[in-house]
Design a protein around this ligand. Structure first.
Ligand code: UDX
Length: 436
């Protein structure tokens, strides 16, 4: 099929490469000339394991090309809308203006046979408004469907090619057929397909992210209780996780969730439910958000307790990305903690295996450490904020001789505590009562 992918951010690039690898002839459509230029050269504008190789393969195989606007690629059978829906500034709601701008431009160049598929995460009801708007411009009933994407950063391409399920929300049978055709190879491997109405397909994505966020905040709420009750939230998570109805996944207690999806999606969900007059139904998500943000404050509080006063004290923060194998710092707990420590007066050094480049010249108050070994020199406190493999593998003995004081806050609960203690470290672990 000839497939257009509009918006080449995280989702769009991954989807374009995935579609090309399925054998489709893909045109990636992106308004930013800088981004487009990089992609044409096979260069990824962000870090994602395995994706650069996939991009190079697709370009070399000749089934991925690029265009600056849909008008320059008006002959596709199927267009995927993959533009961003960030949080509106000064509000909790999602900004759908990029979806409408892309849809309106597309409406001018498509014909009645063309199928337009939204993949962006949108407030429920967006697709219906978009259908109306695009149909007015096109002069016919535009075939719009919604097909949410569940990819995780770090495993984006694999998640796209081997999804747990494919959700298709559609008004027209032709859209369902086109999508089934497009995903034929994936469906043939046994991937379940859920055909549903468009509103449900829009809701599925936010509901899934709200559930995941709730699970993380649940265990982090238990961590708050554990900290004052002398209990251990890591053992607790393990114990409840053996119950198959609960499950172990997404019960890792620590400094909480961040990234471009979970935080903004739960906020957007609350805002949309309020507009629909059912705000009370999801008001618990405000607590989910609050619990999550409190964990960040807790790390700063613990640092303060350890050092007495943060003013002028040297703190090393390990990790900036919101999770390992990513350079994404959107709503990152690690970056937030580093900035919080700095604004409390600490002299903060930050290290991250990949995100320092994306940090650029932002936040000059954070001293950058390019080299992990030398980053420890003279530090009075270390905070492990993103669980990169490099940090899990640190030798407590080797770094002990470099620091000014052997105190570490494990904000992701990944260190072998007895091992670190044996090397003379005082270990403070979130949600745990470690006896030092
Ligand atoms: C998420 C969803 O998982 C994905 O399906 C959706 O398409 C986009 O949003 P992503 O943002 O890539 O994906 O990250 P995810 O792996 O879900 O992790 C989100 C955050 O939760 C990270 O900051 C991670 O560190 C944190 N987390 C995750 C925990 O704190 N504890 C856990 O047990 C799991």
């Amino acid at each position: 099929m000839r497939v257009g992918v509009i918006g080449l951010g995280y989702l769009g690039v991954t989807h374009a490469v995935a579609m090309a690898s399925l054998g489709h002839e893909v045109v990636g459509i992106e308004a930013s000339a800088e981004r487009l230029g990089k992609l044409k050269e096979g260069e990824l504008p962000f870090f994602e394991p395995g994706l650069a190789a996939g991009l190079a393969d697709a370009i070399a195989a000749g089934n991925l090309s690029f265009a600056a606007a849909a008008s320059a690629a008006d002959d596709c059978d199927l267009y995927f809308l993959c533009v961003g829906t960030p949080q509106l500034s000064g509000s909790n709601a999602a900004d759908t203006s990029f979806v409408f701008a892309a849809g309106e431009a597309l409406a001018k160049v498509i014909d009645e046979e063309t199928v337009v598929v939204g993949k962006s995460t949108v407030p429920v009801g967006t697709a219906a408004s978009l259908r109306k708007k695009m149909s007015e411009i096109a002069g016919f009933d535009v075939k719009i469907a919604w097909n949410p994407e569940f990819l995780r950063e770090g495993t984006a391409l694999e998640d796209s090619l081997k999804p747990d399920r494919i959700v298709i929300g559609a008004w027209h049978q032709e859209s369902v057929d086109a999508l089934r055709n497009c995903y034929e190879k994936i469906i043939a491997t046994g991937t379940p397909v859920i055909e549903t109405d468009v509103a449900t397909s829009e809701l599925v994505k936010v509901a899934a992210n709200a559930f995941l966020a709730t699970k993380i905040s649940f265990i982090n709420a238990m961590a708050e209780v554990a900290e004052v009750a002398g209990a251990d939230a890591v053992s607790l998570a393990e114990a409840i996780g053996y119950d198959e109805r609960i499950g172990k996944k997404f019960l890792r207690t620590g400094v909480g969730f961040g990234g471009g999806c979970l935080p903004k999606d739960i906020r957007g969900f609350v805002a949309r439910a309020e507009e629909l007059g059912v705000g009370q139904a999801v008001s618990f998500l405000r607590d989910v958000d609050a619990i999550n943000l409190r964990r960040r404050e807790r790390v700063i509080e613990l640092a303060n307790e350890q050092l007495g006063d943060l003013e002028g004290r040297r703190v090393l923060v390990l990790g900036l990305a919101f999770k390992p194998d990513s350079d994404d710092m959107r709503d990152s707990p690690a970056l937030d903690v580093a900035l919080g420590l700095a604004s409390a007066g600490a002299l903060v050094t930050v290290h991250d295996p990949v995100a320092l480049e994306a940090l650029g010249d932002n936040h000059p108050q954070l001293e950058r450490a390019r080299d992990l070994d030398s980053a420890f020199a003279g530090q009075e406190l270390v905070v492990l904020a993103t669980e990169w493999q490099q940090y899990r593998e640190l030798s407590p003995q080797a770094v002990a001789s470099k620091v000014a004081a052997r105190t570490i806050i494990d904000a992701r609960n990944v260190l072998d505590v007895p091992d670190w203690q044996a090397a003379g470290w005082k270990v403070i672990a979130l949600g745990r009562n470690v006896h030092n």
